[in-house]
Design a protein around this ligand. Structure first.
Ligand code: NAP
Length: 253
């Protein structure tokens, strides 16, 4: 008789799942048996992650969704309600970064950064929490950052969005505790994804970042994904309103 996987029968929604950490988290949750709904804007890349998941025996489908667009998030809610009727896991992973001095920011750039990480998480939570309440199991995970805790010059919008997301995480944890839904953050240090291409493509800057990491190397997508699996598991049922730094020691200094 096949043995049930730990997240068998759980429905998990991951934003920003077309690449990078979102892709890695989705595949890792799927390996634990969850049925995955992957969201992002790029249909071609989303579909290739779905193909990859299915080739691993993971149940996955995707919906194109810009998390900053209220109507698109409402449509995602409708589609998931019709298809599954409930949601057990929501990972708010979609994010973007604009690195420049504050006086060079356009309002559109500022808004894009805050709308993606912070308002996107708000819109997804507002839409999907009704499908989590009463599902008997609820885990919300927000991809915060070391920039939720410390900062760098030229990261005003990103640091504001991620510090805001950490505050949102704590407030929502308190609000949802009576429903048994946990809400936590994962704060990675540098991981080699597309978001960090400008750093990776500049050897001096890359070395400068690496030299700030006490463990002497960047993190891996797998290290973030495995923590996400744990925080979404039944074993993490008494962890809520907190944020786990996975940063090679960056913020200990
Ligand atoms: N990598 C790191 O070092 C690091 C460190 C700390 C925190 N984080 C956080 O971890 C998360 C994932 O980062 P990553 O490094 O994997 O970045 P990434 O490679 O740039 O991927 C970002 C993902 O977000 C999606 N996305 C961006 N804007 C979106 C929007 N408006 N609507 C829907 N999806 C959107 C992108 O897909 P589409 O373009 O297809 O929409 C993509 O799938 C982010 O929140 C980031 O801030 C990353």
């Amino acid at each position: 008789m096949p043995i049930d996987k730990p997240l068998q029968d759980r429905v998990a929604v991951i934003t920003g799942a077309s690449r990078g950490l979102g892709r890695a988290i989705a595949l890792a949750l799927g390996e634990q048996g969850a049925a995955m709904v992957l969201l992002a804007r790029d249909r071609v890349r989303l579909e290739s992650v779905v193909d990859e998941a299915r080739a691993m025996g993971v149940s996955a489908e995707c919906l194109v969704c810009d998390v900053t667009a209220e109507d698109q998030v409402a449509e995602v809610h409708n589609r998931i309600r019709e298809r599954f009727g409930r949601v057990h896991i929501l990972v708010n992973n979609a994010g973007t970064n604009v690195r420049k001095p504050i006086t060079e920011f356009t309002l559109a750039e500022w808004r894009q950064v805050l709308d993606t990480s912070l308002t996107g998480a708000f819109l997804l939570c507002r839409a999907l929490i009704p499908l989590m309440q009463g599902a008997g199991y609820g885990r919300i995970l927000n991809l915060t950052s070391i920039m939720s805790h410390v900062a760098l010059a030229g990261r005003s919008a990103y640091a504001a969005s991620k510090a805001g997301l950490l505050g949102f995480t704590k407030a929502l944890a308190l609000e949802l505790a009576p429903s048994g839904i946990t809400v936590n953050g994962i704060s990675p240090g540098p991981v080699a994804t597309e978001m960090n291409q400008p750093i990776l493509a500049n050897p001096a800057l890359h070395e400068q970042f690496t030299s700030r990491i006490p463990l002497g190397r960047w993190g891996t997508e797998t290290e973030i994904a495995r923590l996400a699996v744990y925080l979404c598991s039944a074993d993490a049922g008494w962890i809520t309103g907190t944020d786990v730094l996975v940063d090679g020691g960056w913020t200990a200094q």
